[in-house]
Structures are given as structure tokens and as C-alpha cells.
Design a protein around this ligand. Structure first.
Ligand code: PEP
Length: 260
């Protein structure tokens, strides 16, 4: 089974509108016709809300998906500073990253909230990119699989049967590898991805598990992405730092094209 590779940039709290626009111009100049590229590799960018409109406009017709980096699970109401899934639909986004470790760490996002966000996105027709991953201490104590399993299953317990029927993507992001320059070795990442594939089979059946993409995230870059992507259960990447420069990210897209 070959799953289409999926490279998602995570711009975090970076870039203004002019910089975003310049990025897309250069990215397109380097890669050529983006709709040809997205036929073989899925490409997405998680952007700050101030860049939703410019990014959607730049990506229009190319197949490149624009994502939010967070969403609220309620439909509307007195939640100052938050955006609902319906608002993301209204802004023509394709989905949202949820449960990123920075949100878990700095904004107290827990597994229950991640599950509710997954549910809200799926029911709104948006793609949830569900992040899981262990800290350095948890890995050193041999708890990686337990932590990732708990994060995934606790989130899943909040997802309705209807929402479970919709597509989602899992991003395995070891916290110790994010923004640190320390990448999990392809073998370390593959071990966890294989375990996650097993979890998918347990909860969704073998067929769904085979088609659901599991991305790796944590200091993935143009130099290390090919060896990660060649592992059978690594279906792409969630990329922070290396997605900020069109020269770097386009190299990663080119590497992913080779696996088509
Ligand atoms: C991320 O923030 O999701 C991430 C993987 O960052 P970086 O690639 O910079 O480690």
C-alpha cells in the first residue's frame, strides 16, 4: 500500500502578510506548477490567523492546503480570542493542527480538548492534524509508547462515531526533537509510527489504518527528510523551522516526490 506523502509546514507565530506572499511566489517559482506537484504529494501550511486570507489566495487552485494551528471545539459563544471550526470553513481553510506540544505546554491543551477539537473539525468537513509525542524524560523512562497511546486514545474517546468516519492525519512529534535540531533517527520514528499504525488498526480497522497518514515532526529538514520518508510507516512530515524558507521546504517536497 502506498500512501500519498504529506508535507505540512507549521509557521507558528511567524511571518507577516508580505512575507507570506513572497514565500508562496518563490515556492511556486522553484517547484513550477503546484497543481502538478500536489497530484503526487500533499502540501499544507499551518499559518497564523492574520495570514489566512493571503495564504488562501496565494494557494488558490494549486491544491496546497491552508491550515489553522488551533481551533475551539464549541460552535460559537463567549470564548474571547478563539476561532471555531465554522469560522475556519468560512475562511476557506482545509483543516487545523491540533494538540501541538507547544499548545499542550504553554496553553494547557489536554487530550480531552484535543479530542473535542478533532470532533469539531471532522464534523465541519475539515482535516484534523492530531499531534502526539513524548517528552525527553518520558522517552528515557521507556514510556514513549504508553504516552503516545494514552494521548491518542484519550483524544479519540471524545470523537463521535460520525466524526470517526472522516479523514484525519496523525503527527508523531517527539517533544525533545521539536525546534532543537535533534531528530529522531528513522528507526526510532518508524518504531513509534508502526505502533501508531497498530492503534489505528485496533480502533478503525485494518483498511482505515492502511490509508491514514502518520507524519513525523521534529527538526525534519532537507538533509534528513529522505531517509525518514523512506520508512514504510512514515507518510510525511510536520515541519516547523525548515518550512519557513521556500528553498528548504521545496527541497523536501522534491524529496517526497521521489516516493511517488
Ligand atoms: C513543529 O513545530 O511541529 C516542528 C516539528 O518544528 P521543527 O521542525 O522546527 O522541529
Amino acid at each position: 500500500m502506498t500512501r500519498k506523502k504529506f508535507l505540512a509546514g507549521n509557521w507558528k507565530m511567524q511571518k507577516n502578510r508580505a512575507e507570506a506572499s513572497e514565500f508562496f511566489q518563490s515556492f511556486t517559482r522553484i517547484l513550477g506548477n503546484l497543481s502538478d506537484v500536489t497530484r503526487v504529494v500533499d502540501i499544507a501550511f499551518g499559518v497564523p490567523a492574520t495570514l489566512f486570507d493571503v495564504s488562501v489566495k496565494c494557494a488558490m487552485g494549486s491544491g496546497v492546503k491552508i491550515l489553522a494551528q488551533n481551533v475551539h471545539f464549541e460552535k460559537q459563544g463567549a470564548f474571547t480570542g478563539e476561532l471555531s471550526a465554522g469560522m475556519l470553513v468560512d475562511a476557506s481553510l482545509a483543516g487545523s493542527i491540533i494538540g501541538h506540544s507547544e499548545r499542550r505546554q504553554y496553553f494547557a491543551e489536554n487530550d480531552e480538548a484535543v479530542g473535542k477539537k478533532w470532533n469539531a473539525l471532522a464534523l465541519a468537513g475539515l482535516l484534523p492534524v492530531v499531534c502526539v509525542g513524548e517528552t525527553k524524560a518520558e522517552r528515557e523512562h521507556g514510556k514513549t509508547n504508553d504516552i503516545v497511546t494514552t494521548q491518542f486514545e484519550a483524544a479519540l474517546s471524545q470523537v463521535s462515531t460520525e466524526a470517526k468516519g472522516k479523514e484525519f492525519v496523525v503527527a508523531y512529534e517527539p517533544v525533545w526533537a521539536i525546534g532543537t535540531g535533534l531528530t529522531a533517527t528513522p528507526e526510532q520514528a518508524e518504531d513509534v509510527h508502526k505502533m501508531i499504525r497498530g492503534l489505528l488498526a485496533k480502533h478503525f480497522g485494518k483498511e482505515r489504518a492502511e490509508v491514514t497518514r502518520i507524519l513525523y515532526g521534529g527538526s525534519m529538514n532537507a538533509a534528513n527528510c529522505a531517509e525518514l520518508l523512506q520508512k514504510p510507516n512514515i507518510d510525511g512530515g510536520l515541519v516547523g523551522g525548515a518550512s519557513l524558507k521556500p528553498e528548504d521546504f521545496s527541497k523536501m517536497v522534491q524529496a517526497a516526490q521521489n516516493f511517488h
